[in-house]
Ligand binder design. Structure first.
Ligand code: PGA
Length: 249
């Protein structure tokens, strides 16, 4: 059985005090589903978040990392630094990183390699823009994003990879892909994986949907057979909303 995962991407929100408050609220929520729960605070709050969730079923993950081990890269953070805190999972390729910080398939392939060499798990994000969907190119765009950054890997690497399909037009816009649109794309992604790595690998990889998932639409989206969870932005900043989504399975 594939793992169900619900991950909260806090993006550039919450200072230390707000992080403390939100985490203590998260810890008060009751979990009734089998989903793995993750939160991704900013770098500055990772250690605090990690420490304060130690006894709890919440994994603290990073939003990004650099592909080098160390060196003259002002402002960057390496896999080794994350691991030194106990962080085992990193989000890579979020559309905001691609759009505002020039992350490309090539640089992401290097980050993927660096994370795997450090035995980290990756939540790899990708997704088409509105213009791609309007011109009917969404599958080609998604296929290329996955192939260019991941298909140099051996099949065994996929046990440490979670995919997150996030159509750019649905992120932070309140506009969600319909459950059918999400299912169609997730099935296409799984087929692409199967064509390159075989059915066993394709069936074992969790594929998350991200883009305006809220308590009122999560159940329907998560009911689709190829949707294994969600990457949640805005709604992950409110403990009750986030756990309503966690419990939507
Ligand atoms: P959103 O963000 O839920 O606010 O649309 C999703 C994401 O960027 O991961």
């Amino acid at each position: 059985m594939r793992k169900h995962i619900v991950a909260g991407n806090w993006k550039m929100n919450n200072g230390l005090i707000q992080t403390e408050t939100l985490i203590s609220e998260l810890k008060q929520q009751e979990q009734t589903s089998d989903a793995e729960v993750m939160i991704a605070p900013s770098f500055t709050n990772l250690w605090h978040a990690f420490e304060s969730t130690r006894q709890h079923d919440i994994e603290v993950v990073a939003q990004n990392m650099h592909f080098s081990d160390k060196g003259a890269y002002t402002g960057e953070v390496s896999a080794g630094m994350l691991k030194s805190l106990g962080i085992k999972t990193v989000i890579l390729g979020h559309s905001e990183r691609r759009a505002y910080y020039n992350e490309t398939d090539e640089s992401l392939a290097k980050k993927v390699d660096a994370a795997l060499q450090n035995n980290m798990r990756i939540i790899f994000c990708f997704g088409e823009e509105l213009s791609d969907r309007k011109s009917g190119n969404e599958e080609t765009v998604v296929e290329n994003q996955i192939k260019n950054a991941l298909f140099h890997l051996e099949a065994s690497a996929f046990k440490n990879i979670v995919l997150a399909y996030e159509p750019v037009w649905a992120i932070g816009t309140g506009e969600t892909a319909s459950p059918e649109q999400a299912q169609d794309m997730h099935a296409f992604i799984r087929k692409t994986l199967a064509n390159n790595y075989g059915n066993d690998t394709a069936e074992s990889v969790s594929i998350l949907y991200g883009g305006s998932v809220k308590p009122n639409n999560a159940k329907e989206i998560f009911s689709k057979p190829d949707v294994d969870g969600g990457l949640i932005g805005g709604a992950s900043l409110k403990a009750e909303d986030f756990y309503a989504i966690v419990n939507a399975f």
